[in-house]
Design a protein around this ligand. Structure first.
Ligand code: HEC
Length: 192
């Protein structure tokens, strides 16, 4: 009797652990082969940091104005609120979407349309010598290898306000970083 009870208990416990693991896994970087990142699955459930409209900073050729939407996982966001720093294994997604003005009742301004692709940034100190690595995905990319340093890493290194993240453009994080003294004020200087 007690043996059956123990067996039932361990099965339930095992299932619980398994469920918890599969539940959390998408919020951490997942790789295949040699450092090839898998596309993050649930980033639309993460914390939304901000949007940009037609911001032009990327080395990638951008057509007309696009929206960018930036997301970070809940767990990393909570850690940032307590420290003003990003914990190891933090991921960010910047989602690019088309902008449209004419449609339905809209007269002025722009609304967001189709997904053009996503950029992903990970802080993974044991895996990448430069600590931060950058990837691109479109809708049917199965896995992606890190972009060369010049394509993404360097601009984030030189111009981002907190470590490699552009907190100068994320209004809810800016006061947090300032409070913890992790904000690089000099990046606010307008570039010629
Ligand atoms: C010339 C500078 C520059 C380059 C090059 C660049 N970025 Fe960024 N990146 C930015 C700026 C500015 C923002 C914040 C603005 C926004 O919300 O779009 C940003 C935001 C991001 C974010 C959101 C998190 C964060 O760091 O704030 C990700 C993810 C990202 N970039 C990925 C990439 C990838 C992938 C590449 C290379 C293909 C790249 N970036 C190249 C300037 C750059």
């Amino acid at each position: 009797m007690t043996r059956t009870l123990w067996l039932c208990l361990s099965v339930i416990l095992g299932l619980g652990v398994l469920l918890a693991a599969t539940d959390e896994a998408p919020d951490y970087p997942q790789y295949t082969g040699q450092n090839r990142l898998l596309p993050p699955q649930n980033y639309r459930d993460w914390i939304f940091l901000s949007s940009g409209l037609g911001m032009n900073y990327s080395a990638m050729a951008m057509g007309n104005d696009q929206f960018t939407n930036v997301f970070v996982p809940q767990w990393a966001y909570q850690a940032f609120l307590k420290s003003g720093k990003w914990p190891d294994k933090t991921m960010f997604v910047v989602e690019e979407r088309g902008a449209q003005s004419k449609g339905s009742i809209n007269k002025h301004g722009n609304f967001q349309t189709d997904l053009m692709g996503i950029g992903v940034e990970v802080k993974d100190e044991s895996r990448f010598p430069e600590k931060w690595a950058y990837f691109n995905f479109d809708e049917d990319t199965k896995s992606s290898s890190a972009n060369p340093k010049q394509a993404c890493w360097q601009c984030h290194e030189d111009h981002a306000a907190v470590e490699h993240s552009f907190v100068q453009f994320y209004p809810t994080l800016k006061p947090v970083a300032k409070k913890f003294g992790t904000y690089k004020q000099s990046v606010e200087q307008v570039q010629p």
